[in-house]
Write a protein that binds this ligand. Structure first.
Ligand code: NAD
Length: 430
């Protein structure tokens, strides 16, 4: 019987090694401070064939080691990882966490990997051995990876470091191993909803009750966000995953969406009523559907110049990382009256969970304080996330209101806030 790798035309390397990318990138000559150079950009290579299997970017370590997820995607690029690593710097800074920004990833189809657990374990093992050389990067889950992957890496590091308690091996581990169940508790969704509620409290013309919501990417961020918003009285009129995009102006059935999500064909097996339903080649139609709140919660670049003219929402809350870019957000806010609430402000719930987990792992007094709030610390975290995001959204809003009448957008004020926090690494909450 052929090795699973051969069945999938995916031949695992014997070893993975790191190679620093020499910076020939002209971005620094044309870009804004927002896209300043990362500290390290690294290729992860098979030394025998020279094939690139992945990337690691350590963006900035001024506040601490770069903390950010491992993404597994067939079309992953160094540029994507670099943007995501930079977003982690801004995110960890704005949330006043003692961590910098980093990100890594493998160029592999996660569906392929998940159907061959042995091959997945081998590849993650090789990746972990290579990552160990970078002591300024801490892993976490991202699209295509989960708590088991992080636990595997953590154990490899434990062996190398000869201790079961360390900061280096990653956060977002299984609860039975001392991790915080970030996705099961819907911590990122909790934060996205906290941001929406903060806007509701400040904007007399907007109420969540009856608001129409579209969610692109019905996954670990999108699905619990839908549930929480529905509980708050909103109507989920659109939802999509990689299999199907669904639309019903009278509202989709969230219970049925969640049932369909758990199956292999995802939302393609939704059996509730729809007015429109789109197959994989037309998923992006949903981004242009009429609604009050649009939540991109899938891959980068959902909203760009290609569709900015056709977006029909009132506001965008960036559940995903880098779902848009500054130029598009400028156009949306100043020409279409649509505010896009930046990823590094609204989707920090997950990384805050990671930061708390890391601190609990090495500080028993802090651990006791968190656990004393009951239910294994969930109220502590939800409170911390709501407070952080709400304060940041209010500060940014005030900054925009007090502006000099220029056309500064939400992202400009959000960047100012994150840069101030980055410049003051001693300001830490936890
Ligand atoms: P996930 O893999 O659980 O869910 C992603 C969903 O998007 C899946 O349902 C997938 O089918 C769908 N999808 C992929 N491409 C799509 C497309 N073109 N159109 C519509 N749907 C598509 O991932 P997740 O953890 O929910 O993360 C989603 C995004 O949020 C990512 O950008 C991630 O980096 C970001 N994020 C996640 C967290 C977290 O705590 N999970 C925290 C912060 C940011």
């Amino acid at each position: 019987m052929p090795h699973p790798a051969q069945q999938n035309d995916l031949h695992l390397p014997r070893k993975l090694v790191l190679e620093k990318v020499k910076n020939k990138d002209p971005a620094h000559r044309f870009g804004s401070p927002d896209d300043r150079q990362p500290e390290q950009m690294i290729l992860v290579l098979d030394p025998e064939t020279g094939k690139t299997w992945g990337f690691v970017v350590v963006d900035n370590t001024r506040r601490g080691p770069g903390l950010g997820g491992i993404r597994v995607a067939p079309d992953l690029t160094l540029m994507e990882v670099r943007r995501l690593a930079h977003a982690m710097t801004l995110k960890n800074s704005a949330a006043l966490l003692p961590f910098g920004g980093g990100k890594s990833g493998l160029i592999v189809d996660p569906v392929n990997l998940n159907t061959h657990p042995g091959m997945k374990r081998d590849l993650i093992g090789l990746f972990a051995e290579a990552l160990f050389e970078i002591d300024s990067y801490i892993t976490a889950p991202d699209m295509g990876t989960d708590e088991k992957v992080i636990q595997q890496i953590y154990e490899i590091y434990s062996e190398r470091l000869n201790t079961p308690h360390h900061l280096r091996g990653g956060a977002g581990r299984p609860p039975q191993n001392g991790g915080i169940p970030i996705d099961d508790w819907g911590l990122t969704a909790h934060g996205v909803v906290a941001a929406i509620k903060t806007v509701e409290a400040m904007d007399a013309t907007f109420t969540l009750k009856g608001a129409r919501v579209v969610i692109q990417g019905y996954g670990n961020v999108g699905a619990p966000t839908a549930g929480k918003l529905q509980q708050a009285g909103a109507l989920i009129v659109g939802a999509s995953d990689i299999h199907q995009a669904l639309w019903n102006s009278r509202g989709l059935d969230v219970t049925e969406l969640n049932r369909a999500r758990s199956g292999p064909k995802g939302l393609a097996k939704y059996s509730g009523t729809t007015e429109k339903s789109f197959p994989p080649q037309n998923l992006d139609w949903l981004l242009e559907a009429p609604c009050d709140i649009l939540i991109p919660a899938a891959r980068p670049d959902a909203i760009t110049a290609r569709n900015a003219d056709r977006i029909q929402c009132r506001m965008v809350f960036q559940g995903a990382n880098a779902p848009s870019n500054k130029m598009t957000e400028y156009y949306l806010q100043n020409h279409r009256g649509i505010i896009s609430y930046s990823d590094f402000i609204v989707n920090v719930g997950g990384v805050m969970g990671c930061a708390v987990e890391l601190k609990m792992n090495i500080d028993s007094e802090y651990k006791n304080k968190v656990l004393a709030t009951g239910e294994e610390g969930r109220p502590y975290l939800e409170n911390l996330i709501s407070k952080t995001i709400s304060n940041n959204v209010k500060t940014i809003y005030q900054g925009m209101a007090q502006g000099d009448g220029s056309d500064a957008i939400f992202r400009d004020e959000a960047l100012k806030l994150a840069e101030e926090c980055l410049a003051n690494p001693r300001r830490i909450q936890l």
